[in-house]
Design a protein around this ligand. Structure first.
Ligand code: NAX
Length: 331
């Protein structure tokens, strides 16, 4: 097909005036997701208080003179922002404020993602793909799914790709090999410190990763990946932004284009009961993608220690689910 004849892809981004979006948006208009010849329309969503700042971001997007950006609008109403969108990045979320308990954080974000789930259900394209980035990401994804009953749960995923990328990079650095030589890493569970970064199926240049980096590496590997986000905040003074935006692009790109044959990535998706994880919970699994669909990789052997770590993350997610039950138990 002639490039000029391509129909634009409409992409909504919530939290568009925030720091992750400040990287993500400019990567999108550079063609880093869909290529340099695919026209895109951006719909930017923010809370009313941030609309002024968002308009400044929109001015900068215009000033790129991107050849692929063919439409741009700013919104504070999700029903407008999500109208007929093909793709949605739900980045916007409320951060933990002073004196806020974990339950309060879950509650306030649950309401945001319930409203956005309902809006996607009402107005997005029936084929929309929704990537949830905002924390607490697994439970926010679950809430969005449960509030979008006319869309399929497989149209949603939560981002654990940043954890996955961190794990890949750590193994590459430990073995002094390029990141491209690392395969088979898995992030299981919640995007929190209960996640289980699993090195047991990983290979480096085709060799078992633990043979390359030594068995003693495992404990520090798990803790480093789990605590990397907090460590970035400690050192940089702000949370991960460009690496988060890059991970969002990686996850959406793999979802759309497929993972290479024989390899997988990690995505938080709705559980079908695989590996004994409660059905319906949004859990990070190893997934293969093909033709715009994901599939949980089945049949990987788990030793007792791995199974216990996976169960511990599941229990945390079950507790999170209980705290927001009133927003997901639809009639
Ligand atoms: P910022 O605080 O810089 O930006 C968030 C933006 O969201 C703000 O501009 C805010 O006004 C907006 N917002 C809040 N409520 C909204 C609503 N109801 N509708 C639309 N917009 C709304 O945060 P940033 O650093 O960009 O991070 C965004 C989210 O990503 C946070 O929840 C953060 O914790 C989460 N992260 C998730 C990661 C993951 O791996 N899943 C990693 C990176 C990041 O920490």
């Amino acid at each position: 097909m002639d490039d000029k004849a391509k129909l634009p892809v409409t992409i909504a981004i919530s939290g568009a005036a925030g720091q992750i979006s400040y990287s993500l948006l400019f990567r999108l208009i550079a063609g880093d997701l869909l290529g340099p010849h695919q026209p895109i329309v951006l719909r930017l969503l923010e809370v009313p208080q941030a609309i002024g700042q968002l308009e400044g971001v929109a001015m900068e997007l215009e000033d790129f003179a991107s050849p692929i950006l063919v439409g741009l609008s700013c919104h504070s109403d999700p029903l407008e922002a999500f109208k007929a969108v093909d793709l949605a990045f739900l980045v916007g979320a409320r951060p933990r404020g002073p004196g806020m308990e974990r339950g309060d954080l879950l509650e306030v974000n649950a309401e945001i993602f319930a409203e956005q789930g309902r809006a996607l259900n009402a107005v997005a394209k029936r084929s929309v793909k929704v990537l949830v980035v905002g924390n607490p990401v697994n439970t926010n994804t679950l809430i969005a799914i449960r509030n979008a009953p006319d869309l399929d749960a497989s149209q949603f995923s939560g981002m654990t790709r940043l954890d996955h990328n961190r794990a890949v990079s750590l193994l590459a650095r430990a073995s002094q090999r390029p990141c491209t030589s690392v395969e088979g890493v898995i992030i299981w569970g919640n995007h929190s410190t209960s996640q289980y970064p699993d090195v047991h199926h990983a290979t480096i240049n085709g060799r078992p990763a633990l043979e390359c980096v030594g068995k003693d590496f495992e404990a520090s590997f798990i803790e480093t990946v789990r605590r990397r986000g907090a460590e970035v905040i400690r050192v940089r003074g702000k949370s991960s932004a460009a690496s988060g935006a890059h991970a969002a692009l990686c996850q959406m790109r793999d979802w759309l284009r497929g993972t290479p044959k024989g390899s997988w990535t990690s995505m938080a998706v709705v559980s079908d009961g695989s590996y004994g994880i409660t059905q319906g919970l949004v859990f990070s699994f190893p997934v293969e993608t093909h033709d715009g669909h994901w599939r949980i990789v089945e049949g990987l052997a788990l030793d007792a220690a791995s199974a216990a770590l996976i169960k511990a993350s599941e229990s945390e997610l079950l507790q999170e689910r209980d705290l927001v039950r009133h927003l997901i138990d639809l009639p």
